[in-house]
Write a protein that binds this ligand. Structure first.
Ligand SMILES: Cc1cc2nc3c(=O)[nH]c(=O)nc-3n(C[C@H](O)[C@H](O)[C@H](O)COP(=O)(O)OP(=O)(O)OC[C@H]3O[C@@H](n4cnc5c(N)ncnc54)[C@H](O)[C@@H]3O)c2cc1C
Length: 386
């Protein structure tokens, strides 16, 4: 395969973390992928997120994947030759009041009933000993001590660089306009001409429904735009990532002293224009939560805010797996604002599915058919490999 070749063994649409991770795991299996990215690798959600490596508070269906991914995160340097800014200080979900504490105890009971031990109760005293800057009124919380955080853009680039070093190709600034079957191959029409491959993978993030639709698989994807704020540098006061329970908050201090504030508050977004606008009223509400939990943050100075464009599914879990219509087409999208942590394992799952037809991870809950189970779509039945 030459650099100029217009064919590849697999074409991946989208150069976020999931496309790059799939390309890396495919390259490790000896399969040459071509990643086509309309902007640049890491331009969207994968490059601008909060970097949370979180198993805490996951949807039950995601827990096995999140735990397996965390194992890969612990060996991220072996995987991509870069530590990706990975730091393990744990993540803690704080109860601000009795209702929060009750919700967290119910969550813990669910985790225990399923045999999971990675989320543990932390008493108010232990929580305040761990994070003295917290308001003394906190009622305890749930902690995942082995959770962590990493640098999102650096991580995505590290996956890309390692994949490229093993033979994957990346085309940036090239938009995929159509992905159709043509004589036993996939024909990928782009604004830089036609590319072909026997297999295709849809990792197109907030635009992935457009690809799925072309394969006869409409999905109710919404483009959302979570917002982030970052402060000027402050004296060190926090190691773990802190999450809210009744109120949206994700809060962490980075190694350079700046404080990163997120938690799911959303900007206005137009995905076609690739435009977002911060909602300052909502950010002000978020700032109140921050100051209630960390009173000294009243003196913090916000330096910058931004928003990323991300795909959300109605059930807030992604689509991962083979197309319901085509044996040779695959999906990994819809990570609903928590897909960064899953990047390492989902790339491995997709490479396994593409190269062997199977995966050892429980991905049934993520099948794309769940959106059409109630009303089977009319149209062609599943096409076989040719
Ligand atoms: C502000 C924010 C904070 C977040 N915080 C966290 C966190 O702390 N922890 C966590 O686990 N997750 C977090 N997330 C979620 C996480 O960032 C995403 O779930 C994850 O990055 C999704 O990766 P992706 O590869 O699916 O999508 P993306 O990174 O969006 O990549 C998809 C790519 O496909 C390209 N593309 C789309 N259509 C086409 C086309 N037709 N042709 C060519 N290219 C195309 C796009 O340009 C894009 O680059 C956060 C997200 C945001 C926005």
């Amino acid at each position: 395969m030459t650099v100029q070749s217009r064919s590849a063994e697999v074409i991946i649409i989208g150069g976020g973390l999931h496309g790059s991770s799939a390309a890396l795991h495919l390259a490790r299996a000896g399969v040459g992928a071509l990643v086509i990215e309309k902007n640049y690798v890491g331009r969207h959600a994968s490059g601008v997120n909060a970097g949370g490596v979180r198993t805490l508070a996951r949807h039950l269906a995601e827990v096995p994947l999140a735990l397996a991914s965390r194992e890969l995160w612990y060996r991220i340097g072996d995987l991509v030759d870069d530590d990706c800014g990975f730091e393990q200080h744990g993540q803690v979900r704080v109860a601000e009041n009795a209702a929060d504490a009750e919700a967290l105890r119910a969550r813990l009971a669910t985790m225990t009933a399923h045999g999971y031990t990675h989320e543990q109760w932390i008493s108010p005293e232990d929580l305040l000993a761990l994070i003295p800057a917290l308001a003394p009124t906190v009622q305890g919380g749930l902690i995942a001590r082995e959770d962590a955080a990493a640098d999102p853009y650096r991580t995505t680039l590290a996956f890309r660089m390692k994949a490229a070093s093993l033979g994957a190709r990346f085309m940036e600034g090239v938009r995929v306009r159509g992905v159709t079957r043509d004589g036993g191959q996939w024909r990928v029409d782009t604004d830089a001409g036609v590319y072909t491959a026997p297999r295709v993978l849809n990792c197109a993030g907030a635009w992935a429904d457009r690809i799925a639709e072309q394969w006869g698989e409409p999905v109710p994807l919404t483009a959302i735009s979570p917002m982030m704020l970052v402060t000027l540098r402050m004296d060190h006061f926090l190691d773990p990532v802190v999450l809210g329970t009744g109120r949206a908050l994700s809060f962490k201090q980075r190694a350079n002293g700046t404080v990163l504030i997120g938690g799911g508050r959303r900007a206005w977004v137009d995905r076609d224009a690739e435009w977002t606008e911060l909602d300052f009223r909502s950010l002000a509400e978020g700032a109140r939560t921050v100051c209630d939990l960390f009173p000294h943050m009243r003196d913090a100075i916000v330096n910058r805010g931004w928003a990323g464009i991300e795909a959300a599914m109605p059930d807030e879990i992604p689509v991962i797996g083979r197309s319901s219509r085509h044996e040779t087409a695959f999906h990994a999208f819809g990570f609903s604002a928590h897909g960064f942590e899953l990047g390492p394992i989902v790339g491995r799952i997709m490479a396994d599915l593409i190269t062997t037809g199977a995966t050892d991870m429980p991905i049934a809950p993520f099948r794309i058919e769940r959106f059409s189970d109630a009303a089977p779509a009319s149209g062609p039945s599943k096409e076989q490999d040719q």
